[in-house]
Design a protein around this ligand. Structure first.
Ligand SMILES: Nc1ncnc2c1ncn2[C@@H]1O[C@H](COP(=O)(O)OP(=O)(O)OP(=O)(O)O)[C@@H](O)[C@H]1O
Ligand SMILES: [Mg+2]
Length: 227
């Protein structure tokens, strides 16, 4: 069984009167342990695709299966459990909680799982140090640069050791050395723990490190290996 399977997915958005189709009949699947980037021009549907896999959004038609289970048939509780227990999501716009400091933001997914504060704090600090931000642990997001916020979002996504990491342009705001350091951390998690990674990116330097590439153009898969 595939870890994630998209079957004939179409996604329409409605902007006022005009419908727009962000994904057109996309079928795609991912096995455990894959390290994949979805790439393609701005507006080609990358974020839309990642949001469907993260169960943050629903397709207009077609099915998303996770471990063979149809997401459209999951209860809200089951979806929340999947998001908290199995997946780490790095949003293109970070989605940090503005009133919490960096450490509290990173601790949050562990606290939702009822992990004890002391242990949540220590795991969150470890991840913050890995992304080079231990010195800013007590700063709120509005006291940080774009690249620093992005790294907090990365630490938050990785703190639970998720089975699947969905990362929407995770290095868009980072310099080369920092990007490569972050990629090293993710590659290590992939190789040592078999975590599955799905990126979207424009960054050519990231593409070289992937085991699989899926190109999107205008809502369709343009090339890449047969799925
Ligand atoms: N909430 C929405 N309402 C209406 N249209 C949307 C919405 N979200 C995305 N779209 C449209 O769907 C298409 C695909 O958008 P998407 O965000 O998936 O692209 P992308 O490949 O992630 O682009 P980028 O590289 O700029 O992040 C675009 O034409 C966009 O304008
Ligand atoms: Mg996007």
């Amino acid at each position: 069984m595939k870890l994630i399977e998209l079957q004939r997915i179409t996604k329409h958005y409605h902007l006022g009167q005009t419908p727009m189709t962000a994904l057109k009949d996309v079928s795609l699947s991912f096995d455990k342990g894959e390290f994949t980037a979805v790439w393609g021009p701005s507006g080609s549907g990358k974020t839309t695709l990642l949001n469907l896999i993260g169960t943050i959004d629903e397709p207009s038609s077609g099915k998303v299966l996770i471990h063979g289970e149809d997401v459209s048939k999951m209860s809200d509780n089951r979806k929340s459990e999947y998001r908290n227990k199995k997946i780490g999501f790095i949003f293109q716009n970070f989605n940090l909680i503005p009133v919490l400091n960096a450490l509290e933001n990173v601790m949050l997914p562990l606290q939702i799982r009822n992990e004890k504060t002391r242990s949540a704090k220590s795991r969150a600090m470890d991840r913050l140090s890995q992304v080079g931000l231990e010195h800013l642990a007590l700063n709120r997001p509005d006291m940080m640069s774009g690249g620093q916020r992005q790294r907090v979002a990365i630490a938050r996504a990785l703190v639970t050791d998720p089975e699947v990491v969905v990362a929407d342009e995770p290095t868009a705001n980072l310099d080369l050395a920092t990007s490569m350091g972050i990629m090293d951390i993710m590659q290590k998690l992939n190789q040592s723990e078999g975590a599955t990674f799905l990126f979207s990116t424009h960054d050519q330097r990231l593409l070289d490190r992937m085991t699989r590439l899926v190109r999107l153009e205008d809502g369709c898969i343009a090339d890449g290996p047969a799925n």
